[in-house]
Design a protein around this ligand. Structure first.
Ligand code: ADP
Ligand code: F6P
Length: 333
């Protein structure tokens, strides 16, 4: 293999730049050329492809976002889009591709693989929802962002003795919410994977105040809106999960409630040291695996060791949450 490509795709995650840097520098070290594909599959279809040099990735390791830009492409999901993408790869002489992104992006990589393009995936998503790896790039930074924000919210919550309902990201899962909730000592954590009874949540709030607490922090995953809230008429982005839960708490308890939707703040910022190290290790390994002739795999981390996991194994499964963490958060909160 003499020339490989690298792209970032789907939702951006802090540490993507560090991963692109690692792919580029490892490939150059192994005397290969690297082509950077801008704007994910959308840019690939359009041929937005330029060579990456050592200098292009300098000063990137500490930056959030992705300097290659990212995008979502409906066209790429079609056979026509995939054929166009493959012909662009041929046109630019790209013999193998590293795709850095979440589960959707790796499903796309699997389609390219089926079309004869060797691909290796690198998991990057603040949701950390890819099975086959303990961590996805960006998760650690996002947890730290939530913790920093909630620590600040706690100050004002305590001063006014208020209930705060804080909504965190997580399209279909509650991993970010659960780990952040444990880290801030939330009084209750609501995630799509675990059924909850709003009456019980109200009871927790009441008991909290009765036992002398000066605030109540409830962390809510955005994904509970689709699975757990029985208010189809109220399903819209301006009345998201946190607002619905907040209304129910104030109606049932009479306490003063404030709502915070943390939103895209959670996707930005300088990557944490853990995300930089993980991205560097995974990106470099992806290149090694690709040139060894193996492909159709995602580089994961299990018990701090790098592993290569078949796309079919990860993409057919759902990542399970650790229910013992949930139970622990309940006891400690
Ligand atoms: P993420 O990678 O963060 O999960 P998305 O789910 O939005 O983000 O996926 C990113 C892109 O990957 C999509 O816009 C689409 O181009 C491609 N993709 C997602 N699912 C598939 C699929 N089943 N087949 C082909 N391409 C897909
Ligand atoms: O998958 C990452 C994620 O940040 C989810 O947590 C969230 O639901 C979604 O992306 C938001 O995507 P968009 O970029 O379309 O706002």
């Amino acid at each position: 293999m003499q020339r490989i490509g690298v792209m970032t795709s789907g939702g951006d995650a802090p540490g993507m730049n560090a991963a692109v840097r690692a792919v580029t520098r490892q490939a150059l070290n192994l005397e290969m050329e690297v082509m950077g594909i801008s704007r994910g599959y959308s840019g690939l279809i359009k041929g937005e492809i330029t060579e990456l040099t050592d200098k292009d990735v300098s000063g990137r390791i500490n930056r959030g976002g992705t300097f290659l830009f990212t995008a979502r492409s409906e066209k790429f999901k079609t056979a026509v889009g995939q054929e166009e993408a493959i012909s662009q790869l041929k046109r630019f002489g790209i013999e193998g591709l590293v795709v850095i992104g979440g589960d959707g992006s790796l499903q796309g990589a699997r389609e390219l693989e089926k079309g004869g393009v060797p691909t290796v995936g690198v998991p990057a998503s603040i949701d950390n929802d890819l099975p086959g790896t303990d961590y996805s790039i960006g998760f650690d930074t996002a947890v730290n962002t939530v913790v920093e924000a909630v620590d600040k919210i706690r100050d004002t919550a305590t001063s006014h003795e208020r209930v705060f309902v804080v909504e965190t990201m997580g399209r279909n899962n509650g991993l970010l919410t659960l780990e952040s909730g444990l880290a801030v000592g939330a009084e209750a954590i609501l995630i799509p994977e675990i059924d909850f009874d709003i009456k019980e949540v109200c009871q927790i709030v009441k008991q909290g105040y009765e036992s002398g607490k000066s605030h109540n922090l409830i962390l809510v995953a955005e994904g509970i809106q689709d699975c757990c809230l029985d208010q189809p008429d109220k399903k819209d982005e301006h009345y998201s999960a946190a607002f619905q839960i907040g209304d129910m708490i104030s109606q049932n308890t009479g306490y003063e409630v404030r709502i915070i939707v943390l939103g895209h703040v959670q996707r930005g910022g300088a990557p944490s040291a853990i995300d930089r190290v993980t991205a560097s290790r995974m990106g470099a390994e992806a290149v090694k695996v690709l040139i060894s002739g193996e492909s159709g795999v995602m580089i994961g981390i299990s018990r701090d060791e790098l592993i290569a996991v078949d796309y079919d194994v990860i993409l057919e499964k759902e990542k399970k949450i650790d229910t013992s963490l949930y139970e622990l958060a309940k006891i400690l909160g």
